[in-house]
Design a protein around this ligand. Structure first.
Ligand code: SF4
Ligand code: SF4
Length: 68
């Protein structure tokens, strides 16, 4: 199973990563806020991740790392 990790405090909430995930599992946290005051992106259903790394590639702030 692939594993996606976020350097959460670097996220600026732009939502780009949520638009490219083929599994639609990257979502913006509704309840948490990061150090910058944004709702950060997160993956809730990690078991559905196929490790394509589209999310990591599109993130302008290198927040996301994907391990296969
Ligand atoms: S690696 Fe691919 S499937 Fe997994 S969360 Fe990122 S975009 Fe979605
Ligand atoms: S693309 Fe990067 S900065 Fe934008 S919401 Fe996703 S993790 Fe945050």
């Amino acid at each position: 199973m692939a594993k996606v990790t976020f350097l959460e405090d670097r996220c600026k909430g732009c939502e780009l990563c949520t638009t490219v995930c083929p599994k639609k599992i990257v979502v913006m946290s509704k309840h948490r806020m990061n150090a910058k005051g944004f709702h950060p992106a997160e993956v809730l259903e990690m078991d559905k991740c196929i490790g394509c790394a589209f999310c990591a590639t599109i993130c302008p702030d290198a927040v996301i790392t994907v391990e296969k």
